[in-house]
Design a protein around this ligand. Sequence first.
Ligand code: UDP
Ligand code: MG
Length: 313
Amino acid sequence: MDNKIVYSVIAPIYNEVGNIPELYRRVKETLQKTGEAWELLMVDDGSTDGSTDEIRKLAAQDEQIKPVIFARNFGHQLAVTAGLDYSQGQAVVIIDADLQDPPEVILDLISKWKEGYEVVYAQRSEREGESWFKLISASLFYRIIYRITDINIPMDTGDFRLLDHKVVEVISGMRERHRFLRGMSAWVGFKQTGISYKRATRYSGVTKYPFKKMLKFAIDAITSFSYFPLQLAMYLGFLTAGISIIAIPVVIILRIVGLHAFLGQTTTLIAVLFLGGVQLISLGILGEYIGRIYDEAKGRPLYIVREAPSKDK
Ligand code: UDP
Ligand code: MG
């Protein structure tokens, strides 16, 4: 087969109607330069702003556009997962639909892939027009992840990356529900490298990651790759037990000497509230993990498609 697809580009789309034509134009312009066969998977993650029709319109004009239309909003990570599942290329690129990841950078990713790298991630050297809150929370997030997990997730990378089809197959086989794809793609190993790029501002529209989604994403990332929060309860337990073991003889000696320290209700109340708080937080952390176990046990499909290309890999 000559027209076997070499490059698949996956763009998750949630209400990005203003970005779709420009995304198509720039991806097409870039991939045409390779002279090889390509496809652009537009995964519509339950859009309500007319993105769906825009995708269908493009697909009717150009058979290289492959629409994957979800039955409802399942979230960014699951939209990308669907793209991976339906991709047919030898190399698969994940890109944001809002053009914050410049499509032209795909050529740099490809040249590293041609050198034999199987995962090429794009590292942001600069970020234009992001709020200070986003910058600080993102930097904190990467540093925490780096400290408490065993996998080495490169700093300041997003999902903008190229994966060889071997890697795509492995990740597609990992059917965990709460997905942190950049962690998964680091976890699998293979030959990895990065290139740096300048992250642009959004072309049109506003961010689809409000604080609540960001928080859920961060908790998913941590719980998927670390038991540290569970161990935290134990550490705190040892710490408070340690403090009381030291405190008991200290108070006894002070009493013998005639100094009456730590009297009254306030001290008792503070101790009780502190421990109560610690216990509730620990229970909550346990709950996060148990809820995730329950989700996995139900074994529901990760996403539901209304329309999708045929899966003939
Ligand atoms: N996205 C999605 N489903 C969602 C939220 C976002 O498919 O529930 C897509 C969105 O359309 C965009 C990409 O994920 O292509 C990244 O989202 P966004 O640009 O809003 O995130 P930010 O760049 O602000 O972190
Ligand atoms: Mg964005």
